[in-house]
Design a protein around this ligand. Structure first.
Ligand code: GH3
Ligand code: MG
Ligand code: MG
Ligand code: MG
Length: 324
């Protein structure tokens, strides 16, 4: 997974929160955990345990089942609620693990412990080797799960970006376009699309080389992003030297204003282009289309319309915005 950098949020040893009303047991638990190299926090009943949990965000909770004020089962149920309430079974590993300490002569409490969301249990009198191993395994599991989640989020982010220009890629464009099409249909609001194409880009590559061409595309993409300001808009690399901009809730007049702003920004970069026959710097041609989506039209039609507008902008002399 080259290029994906997942670092743990902290290098501190894991923090164990011990919630236990019996002082002696609490002390023994603390010693055992400190011997393993963990940091330890304590609480002597469920209520205090909840307060410490939210304040300290421990990596694991050891909780006694039988306690005054609030027992371990009730406390455990509340702890799960902090992890996102009614989570599906599959996300159980996403929560902070809770190890319940039950009485050996009380087999029903084991069932109850799992019912309220405990990750595992040990029995009293405590078998210290068993406790150590279970704590170690639960911490490892939850750390691994978090790393996987972070890697997954990073992969998803990378999968939607164009590697060269860092704007959205074609796949993200398609997804976004269809979603906004449906949303604007529900809202009966206009959806605008701008297609931007670099003028005489083949000649640019031939004159200045492919590397300069790549650099140019990066600058153009950044300039387009500068001109597109609303957080609900999307700038994407549509392919090669073409970029697409999706503007939800924007009418044709608004879209033309944005397109002009893009054209001006890119021209303003003043990237020398001596093989261009329109200007001696890099310019864009832009096709704009707008519609209020309806069930008897399609997003493909809007795309075709923008493409046609772009063609007309090219035919009309390039370095211009054309609305269709
Ligand atoms: P027009 O004004 O009609 O748009 O002419 P054009 O030369 O820009 O259009 P054409 O489609 O003939 O050429 C597009 C060029 O864009 C050809 C291709 O090599 C270049 N290109 C596409 N993707 C990339 C890229 O990622 N990097 C570089 N350097 N060039 C690219
Ligand atoms: Mg107790
Ligand atoms: Mg093109
Ligand atoms: Mg071109």
């Amino acid at each position: 997974m080259a290029g994906i950098n997942i670092t743990p949020s902290t290098n501190d040893p894991p923090l164990v929160l011990i919630i236990e009303d019996d002082r002696t047991t609490r002390l023994l638990l603390r010693r055992a955990m400190e011997k393993e190299g963990y940091r330890v926090a304590e609480a002597s009943d469920g209520e205090q345990g909840l307060a410490n949990y939210t304040r300290l965000k421990p990596d694991i909770v050891l909780i006694d089942a039988m306690m005054p004020v609030m027992d371990g089962f009730t406390c455990c149920r509340h702890l799960q609620a902090f992890g996102g309430g009614e989570l599906p079974e599959a996300t159980i590993f996403a929560r902070t693990p809770v190890l319940m300490i039950t009485s050996l002569d009380d087999p029903e409490s084991v069932d109850r412990a799992f019912e309220v969301g405990a990750s595992d249990f040990v029995t009293k009198p405590i078998h210290w080797a068993v406790l150590r191993q279970r704590v170690r395994r639960l911490i490892q599991q939850s750390q691994l799960y978090r790393q996987l989640e972070a890697a997954n989020r990073e992969l998803q982010r990378l999968a939607t970006l164009d590697a060269l220009t860092k704007v959205a890629n074609r796949r993200r464009f398609d997804e976004f376009f269809q979603r906004e099409w449906r949303r604007m249909m529900r809202e009966q609001a206009p959806l605008s699309l701008i297609l931007c194409d670099v003028d005489f880009f083949k000649a640019y590559n031939d004159t200045y080389g492919h590397q300069a061409g790549d650099d140019c595309l990066q600058l153009v993409a950044a300039a387009i992003c500068e001109a597109v300001k609303r957080p609900g808009d999307l700038v994407a690399r549509y392919g090669g030297e073409e970029f697409a901009v999706i503007l939800p809730r924007t009418d044709a007049i608004g879209a033309v204003v944005v397109a002009e702003e893009i054209r001006t920004k890119v021209a303003g970069l003043q990237i020398a282009h001596n093989s261009s026959t329109v200007k001696n710097f890099v310019t864009l041609s832009l096709g704009v289309a707008c519609t209020v989506p309806s069930p008897d039209s399609s997003c493909e039609q809007l795309l075709e319309q923008a493409d046609k507008a772009l063609y007309e902008a090219k035919a009309g002399g390039r370095d211009r915005v054309q609305l269709l």
